[in-house]
Design a protein around this ligand. Sequence first.
Ligand SMILES: [Zn+2]
Ligand SMILES: [Zn+2]
Length: 160
Amino acid sequence: MPPPAAPAAPSPRAPLSAADAKELLKVAALRATAPRLAVMQLLAEERRPLSHTEVVQRLGSGEWDQATLYRNLVKLTEVGLARVASEAAGVKRYELRGAPHSPRQLHPHFVCNGCGGVSCLPEVTVAQDPTALLALGAGWREAALAASVHFVGRCPACAG
Ligand SMILES: [Zn+2]
Ligand SMILES: [Zn+2]
């Protein structure tokens, strides 16, 4: 039997509904505060990692101050709902873990030398060669396993 049709989403550009965000927060034992929900929905909508500054630019115009938004980014990361996807140029950028942000939890990111933007490359797979990793000395092996993969270049908007 096919599943019943999903109810119409309140906003066509909300890949993460408020109800779904609340459910995720409940599982993580976090209260579903308004700024927390807004941060999660923003990260889901953007489909790329956002820095604290970028989150403030989009959400900080009225109700919530920078510190509130920052605390929520950190909290979501602490409980594993979000992760630091990139620390390019010393700026932490956050993204939601897993669906609905991306079918792949771990994917490389593209850092643009022109505009400084960071994009997700969810379709690109970078295989780790276990033999090559073993050949690395102790210390470097762990560092390589924990590292993230970034492509650095010019994004389509800047290359054109
Ligand atoms: Zn660019
Ligand atoms: Zn990403």
